[in-house]
Design a protein around this ligand. Structure first.
Ligand code: ADP
Length: 463
């Protein structure tokens, strides 16, 4: 201030006037930019003129200082605004990152080179049960089972010393330990960030519990299905055999009875021969009885009809049928009618039908360039739900089309030809119908129907 007063006096300005008006000019320019600065200079010029009366070069000096102060203030204002904008952008980016960080399903944990937790996301909190205040500043080993804790610091320091990557950038499946002491499998991907403040490691963690449970569920289902399909295939074969063999057996019985009558009508013959014929007839009857019993036994396999969610059942079965097929470029699309959900079925049996149809579709498309399967559901009146599996294969061969749902009809070198006949038995036993129609886009569409659950029964649903 004193310096400014001296300067004003040296150039012949009245210090109080200078000291009163020029800071106003500066303040106006710094707060409002060039316009308000120039306005304040003009007002100052006339105000100072009135108060002090201008002499010699004073108004020019005042105006020049005012102009310089206006431009300087304006420049400062712009800088400040740029700074504010940069800070705002930074804050926005940070908020954006924080949202991602907090909502990402994968947990994110940042540790420093000593293994100390620097950052711990909301998903990590959900995954491990520890809160950020309990973990920040502590060694990450606390999130591992006891037996792994001692080794972790060693892993980090070995990497820092040797640069040898065993997990960084590679990822691996490890075991985590929750606050309650339970352990769970997780997939860990580690990245490294180097900065002036040292290096930090970022770990992305994905809980695999559900993934493993799903895989186990699929495996269980596959076992159940394999067992069921063997039983059903045997039942189906026994029926077909019984049907085929029963006719010759009853013919044998009839011929034997005829032979006995002929012998009796002649001279009575050797009674031992008549006895042998009678025993042979009894054995033929017994053979028929055995076949009937096997068929009854196999067809009496426990049926468990319950209210099931149709989309879930179908999707699960397709997932099983598609094992290994996705890699060969087959696309599956689902279109589930939203109003068709609960059906009353034996889940395993209906899944077996879906698997048969999807596998047949895959077989049919093996040599097609375009391989697509459309699985859809829709209502068939009030009582039934229709499930359709459409493929883009060559369609059903003429020789198979006429007897498609009969046993032992196959065009495949290693086919048994029982899949569709088993499917028909299952669907008919469920009160439904199965049929095929050519796909207008090329290929075949197999449809089948099952009974829908009445609306009130949905609470009985299993799981
Ligand atoms: P398998 O698959 O053992 O031959 P199936 O009873 O399941 O027994 O099928 C019988 C026959 O029906 C097959 O061999 C095939 O010729 C024909 N078929 C079934 N599904 C399809 C389909 N999606 N496209 C073309 N042909 C099919």
């Amino acid at each position: 201030m004193a310096g400014a007063a001296l300067l004003a006096r040296a150039i012949g300005l009245d210090p109080p006037v200078f000291l009163l008006f020029e800071p106003i000019v500066c303040a106006a320019a710094m707060l409002g930019g060039l316009g308000p600065g120039l306005l304040a200079t003009a007002l100052g010029l006339s105000g100072a003129g009135v108060i002090a009366g201008w002499e010699g070069s004073s108004p020019f000096v005042f105006a020049a200082v005012g102009l310089a102060a206006s431009f300087g203030g304006d420049w400062l204002l712009r800088k400040r605004r740029d700074g504010d904008r940069a800070a705002e952008a930074l804050a926005e980016r940070e908020a954006h990152l924080r949202t991602i960080y907090d909502t990402a399903p994968d947990a994110l944990i940042v540790i420093d080179a000593a293994g100390i937790i620097q950052s711990y996301s909301a998903a990590a909190e959900r995954m491990f049960g520890w809160s950020p205040s309990e973990t920040l500043g502590r060694n990450v080993a606390m999130l591992m089972p006891q037996q792994d804790r001692a080794h972790h610091d060693g892993y980090v320091s070995r990497y820092i010393e040797t640069g040898e990557r065993r997990i960084i950038g590679i990822g691996r499946i490890v075991v985590g330990e929750r606050k309650d002491g339970t352990t769970f499998p997780l997939e860990l991907a580690v990245g490294e960030v180097r900065s002036d403040r040292g290096r930090v490691f970022t770990g992305f963690l994905r809980d695999l519990t559900e993934h493993q449970a799903t895989e186990m569920r699929l495996q269980e289902l596959q076992t159940e299905l394999t067992h069921m399909s063997r039983l059903t295939a045997m039942g189906e074969m026994a029926s077909a055999l019984a049907h085929e063999i029963n006719q010759p057996l009853s013919a044998i019985t009839n011929y034997l009875a005829g032979a006995r009558r002929l012998m009796e009508r002649a001279d009575g013959g050797d009674p031992r021969a008549a006895d042998a014929l009678e025993k042979a007839a009894a054995q033929a009857l017994r053979a028929g009885e055995i076949i009937r019993r096997i068929r009854d036994f196999l067809s009496r396999s426990e049926e468990q009809r319950r209210v099931e969610s149709l989309p879930r059942l179908v999707q699960e079965a397709c997932a099983l049928a598609m094992v290994g097929a996705r890699e060969s470029g087959v696309r599956v699309r689902y279109a589930f009618a939203p109003d068709v959900n609960d059906v009353v079925v034996d889940r395993i049996q209906i899944q077996q039908v879906v698997i048969n149809l999807v596998r047949n579709a895959l077989d049919a498309m093996a040599h097609q360039p375009n391989r697509e399967i459309d699985v859809s559901t829709c209502a068939e009146g009030d009582a039934l739900a229709r499930i359709s599996v459409a493929d883009t294969g060559p369609g059903v061969a003429k020789e198979a089309a006429a007897r498609l749902f009969q046993p032992f009809v196959t065009t495949k070198p290693d086919g048994m030809g029982v899949g569709l006949s088993i499917s028909r038995s299952i669907i008919e036993a469920h009160g439904g119908r199965i049929w095929m129609e050519p796909n207008p886009r090329g290929g075949a569409i197999f449809h089948f129907t099952v009974r829908r659950a009445p609306p009130s029964s949905s609470e009985q649903r299993d799981g």
